[in-house]
Design a protein around this ligand. Structure first.
Ligand SMILES: Cc1cc2nc3c(=O)[nH]c(=O)nc-3n(C[C@H](O)[C@H](O)[C@H](O)COP(=O)(O)OP(=O)(O)OC[C@H]3O[C@@H](n4cnc5c(N)ncnc54)[C@H](O)[C@@H]3O)c2cc1C
Ligand SMILES: *[C@@H]1O[C@H](CO)[C@@H](O)[C@H](O)[C@H]1NC(C)=O
Ligand SMILES: *[C@@H]1O[C@H](CO)[C@@H](O)[C@H](O)[C@H]1NC(C)=O
Ligand SMILES: *[C@@H]1O[C@H](CO)[C@@H](O)[C@H](O)[C@H]1NC(C)=O
Ligand SMILES: *[C@@H]1O[C@H](CO)[C@@H](O)[C@H](O)[C@H]1NC(C)=O
Ligand SMILES: *[C@@H]1O[C@H](CO)[C@@H](O)[C@H](O)[C@H]1NC(C)=O
Ligand SMILES: *[C@@H]1O[C@H](CO)[C@@H](O)[C@H](O)[C@H]1NC(C)=O
Length: 578
């Protein structure tokens, strides 16, 4: 069956034309995508982009209009993989341990189980789909050009963003948030505004995911080469005498283990762009000799530049959630409604995780399933593989009625707490050592507690009453130790029902980790790596804190935005060929 059958194409002509995609199940027939194995041993380009993720795809599409571009992605294509393309399959890629899976699990030193993308389209192929812009003051503080930012968001939204179909449970959360005083109601909007709103989603009305890879429809096919299963091992620098090191080539290996080199063509404006994400970018800088010199030498890496700030400022926004069992059936929804409080807690919700979209039944908590590594019934450091399998078995043994309900979660702004990343070894495909220090800063903890109090009010609201059991108040919900299916207070030796303890014990990730190559520390305001030439970092690793309530819109925007800026610099003109 077609991704967009002819009939459907006509039926949805307006939408399809607007979104510029009418393609087969295998996705758009991109003539420029090839396997890494097909690459010559040596090749030459104006721009080499490392990482075909959420930022790398829009960046490549843009640059291809005025230069030759090589985009290197270590993973495979998202097209034709039902684990990625369907909303009801959420979590399948995240729970697939295969080394070729689009998701690579990593566990921070904090003990929270996390995931990083390994696929063309990056995190946008794995995520919960919520789409929302950064706040106006975030754009101002970043020093970005507001008009170009808006144009770039619009460019992204034309292809990947949709208005979600609101059903009863999400509507009850929305009305409950308003009753709880998270006001005004801002309706459906991509804008980040205090109050309650319905945000965008990258899932269309058919439940099909659109990803950053879809932004490659904007590319100039003759200017772009995309290589899959092309894993970059190292960026090479030219260091002539006392001159600044200049990036000029990359070494990558293909699926057969053969190595290739891609060089920048001669030209003062040609560059290498690192878009490998918040784990991959600082890791690859270090593997290439840019990082803390003593740490590099301990791994037998010759420093090109002693840069102690590479890998610093790593943060992950903590997520805590309450499962609210419902007396009545609820719809399947990922995040649609969001409450943006003035005190830096963001409230979101997901429901009906147990029903697969095909009408089948899954014994699964979706975004909160231990199958994908979400495990909040034991404190972080105790989330061993044994604990995980125990939780998966327990979940699968539950009576179907135990899954009826939804999760209301809170995520905190920022966060203020930061950590760091170090190399574990010299293999770019292995995870580095990452520490996030969740709730180290007391204000982060306070925001969690304040967010949980809002959730409590939502649960108790009139609007939400049909979706809760009156006997289950918040203190009861978080103290259902014995027979609780999920996400309740961990079974400590010291039972404490303080919300502070609950925050620390049940902390999970909402996968908004960022940092490691931050603006002002590792890159300048034009995203150029400080201390070297012809190298920029453009992705979520450059953020000082996470934009909006959820970052993907801004990551995609940044790829487009910087592509336009780079071409303007190249030609010293505002006229671009797109
Ligand atoms: C499960 C999950 C749910 C989420 N939910 C949401 C949500 O609902 N809304 C939202 O806004 N955000 C969400 N996010 C966050 C958002 O998706 C990420 O912040 C964003 O995708 C990060 O983009 P990036 O470009 O920085 O990195 P990525 O998209 O991860 O891109 C990095 C790319 O580089 C490639 N790469 C890395 N190293 C190398 C190498 N050495 N050689 C070649 N290629 C390499 C990777 O394979 C990857 O494709 C979620 C994330 C996850 C994982
Ligand atoms: C995809 O495009 C290529 C090259 O343009 C063409 O040879 C091929 O037949 C196309 N495939 C499909 C399924 O349309
Ligand atoms: C989808 O994910 C499941 C595990 O969740 C895995 O067994 C299966 O191979 C995956 N399918 C594809 C096409 O990757
Ligand atoms: C960008 O768009 C936002 C709304 O999304 C608006 O508030 C802002 O004024 C716009 N900025 C510019 C410079 O046009
Ligand atoms: C929590 O539940 C236990 C029994 O499961 C009970 O003994 C205890 O009093 C409860 N604590 C609170 C604060 O409700
Ligand atoms: C339990 O309480 C004891 C004594 O107060 C303390 O030493 C211990 O760290 C606590 N354990 C946890 C998991 O909080
Ligand atoms: C870049 O775009 C301009 C404007 O369309 C065009 O004149 C020029 O030839 C392009 N340059 C390259 C290298 O493609």
């Amino acid at each position: 069956m077609g991704f967009c059958m002819k009939e459907l194409c006509f039926a949805f002509l307006g939408i399809v034309l607007f979104h510029g995609l009418c393609s087969s199940e295998e996705g758009p027939n991109y003539s420029f995508i090839r396997q890494g194995t097909s690459a010559p041993a040596v090749s030459y380009y104006d721009y080499i982009i490392i990482g075909g993720g959420t930022a790398g795809c829009p960046l490549a599409a843009t640059l291809s209009h005025n230069g030759t571009v090589l985009l290197l992605e270590r993973g495979s294509s998202p097209y034709g993989n039902p684990n990625i393309t369907s909303l009801s399959a959420f979590g399948r890629a995240l729970s697939d341990p295969d080394p070729s899976s689009p998701s690579q699990r990593f566990i921070s030193e904090d003990g929270v189980i996390n995931a990083r993308a390994r696929v063309l389209g990056g995190g946008s192929c794995l995520n919960a789909g919520f789409y929302t812009r950064a706040a106006a003051d975030y754009v101002r503080d970043a020093g970005w050009d507001g008009a170009l930012v808006n144009e770039s968001y619009g460019w992204v939204e034309k292809v990947v963003a949709f208005e979600p179909m609101m059903k009863q449970w999400q509507s009850a959360v929305r009305d409950g948030l308003l009753e709880a005083g998270v006001s005004p109601y801002n309706g459906f909007t991509y804008d980040h505004l205090v109050g309650t709103k319905i945000g965008g989603t990258i899932f269309d009305s058919q439940g099909r995911r659109h990803t950053a890879a879809d932004l490659l429809t904007y590319a100039n096919p003759t200017g772009l080469t995309v290589l899959l299963h092309a894993s970059v091992r190292k960026i090479l620098f030219r260091t002539k005498g006392k001159a600044r090191p200049r990036a000029h080539a990359v070494v990558f290996s293909d699926a057969s283990g053969n190595t290739h080199r891609a060089y920048l063509k001669d030209g003062p404006k040609n560059e290498i762009l690192l878009s490998s994400g918040a784990i991959g970018s600082p890791q690859l800088l270090m593997l290439s000799g840019i990082g803390p010199a003593d740490h590099l030498m301990a791994h037998n890496i010759t420093p090109v530049l002693d840069q102690p700030l590479v890998g610093q400022g790593m943060s992950d926004n903590p997520m805590n959630a309450i499962f609210v069992p419902s007396p009545v059936p609820v719809e399947v929804s990922l995040i649609q409604v969001v409450g943006i409080t003035p005190f830096g807690s963001y409230i979101e919700a997901a429901s009906g995780e147990n029903f697969a979209g095909d009408g089948g039944y899954r014994h699964d908590f979706g975004m909160f399933s231990p199958k994908i590594g979400q495990l909040s019934t034991v404190p972080p450091k105790q989330r061993t593989s044994v604990a995980l399998s125990r939780a998966i078995s327990a979940m699968e043994a539950l009576d179907p009625v135990a899954f009826r309900g939804g999760f209301i979660l809170e995520k905190i702004m920022g966060p203020i707490s930061t950590g760091h990343l170090e190399l574990r070894n010299k293999d770019p495909n292995d995870n580095p050592i990452v520490t996030f220090n969740y709730f180290k800063h007391p204000q982060d903890l306070q925001r969690c507690v304040d967010g949980l109090k809002v959730i409590e009010t939502v649960i108790e609201s009139k609007a939400f009453s049909q979706f809760r059991y009156d006997s289950l108040s918040l203190p009861t919900l978080i103290n259902m130790t014995a027979n609780a299916p999920v996400n309740m207070l961990p079974k400590h030796t010291n039972v404490s029902t303080s919300l502070e303890q609950f925050c620390k014990d049940t902390v999970m990730t909402i996968w908004h980790y960022h940092g490691g190559c931050q603006v002002g520390r590792v890159v300048d305001s034009e995203y150029r790596v400080l201390g070297v030439d012809a190298l920029r970092v453009i992705d979520g690793s450059t953020f000082n804190y996470s934009p909006g309530t959820n970052p993907q819109a801004t990551v995609m925007m940044l790829g487009r935005y910087m592509g336009v800026k780079i071409l303007k610099e190249r030609f010293g003109t505002d006229k671009l060929n797109d």
